[in-house]
Design a protein around this ligand. Structure first.
Ligand SMILES: [Zn+2]
Length: 195
């Protein structure tokens, strides 16, 4: 699809089957792979070809071991997604699509909570918004974990920045089902397309 890109938020082991495991994670990963397949089919699977036609960008929650959002530090979450641990890795099945320059880390600073992937930066120090503009992407498809927190914040920031945002509802996992449904309704009312 021309001028579009996929942003995969926090499909990391701690959110899938680790310390902060979310509902529907396995299905969300499987559906995401199916979606990627449907968008990249017939392009030979060569990395550069896929990236040229339908860039896939990954967001990673990426914390120091003493991050302020952790319960031991007075935060509300169990320890999760510590940089360099298995829990902070992107799901194995998605690895073939991961490109360092299109991977954006957030929550790296001890004192700052960052739910939004929009605040993430890649290894060259570029922000998600900057890279989406360089890619000429105007329509951003979003999937990931968790609907109510990092997915929602990412979608809302993209919308505020002027992108058209499409949320892939089958490719989401969540902390709480009711919260998930409510977040979808509210995002729809804000102008995010639920697909
Ligand atoms: Zn976190």
């Amino acid at each position: 699809m021309k001028n579009s890109a996929l942003v995969v938020v926090d499909m990391l082991y701690d959110f899938i089957d680790g310390s902060l495991a979310c509902h529907n994670s396995d299905s969300a990963v499987a559906q995401t792979l199916k979606y990627i397949d449907s968008q990249t089919k017939g392009q030979g699977g060569e990395e550069h070809e896929i990236l040229d036609t339908f860039p896939i960008l990954f967001i990673r929650d990426h914390h120091p071991a003493d991050h302020s959002s952790f319960k031991e530090q007075g935060g509300i979450w169990p320890s999760h997604c510590v940089a360099g641990t298995h829990g902070g890795e992107i799901h194995h099945d998605l690895q073939p699509y991961v490109n360092e320059e299109l991977t954006f880390d957030k929550g790296c600073d001890r004192a700052t909570e960052q739910y939004s992937g929009y605040e993430g930066v890649n290894n060259a120090g570029q922000s998600l918004g900057e890279v989406l503009e360089l890619l000429d992407a105007t329509d951003i498809y979003v999937c990931g974990i968790a609907t109510e927190y990092c997915v929602r914040n990412t979608c809302e920031d993209l919308l505020k920045a002027g992108f058209k945002v499409h949320l892939l509802k089958d490719c989401l996992a969540y902390v709480d089902h009711e919260g998930h449904v409510k977040a979808l309704e509210e995002m729809k009312a804000e102008g995010i397309e639920i697909e």
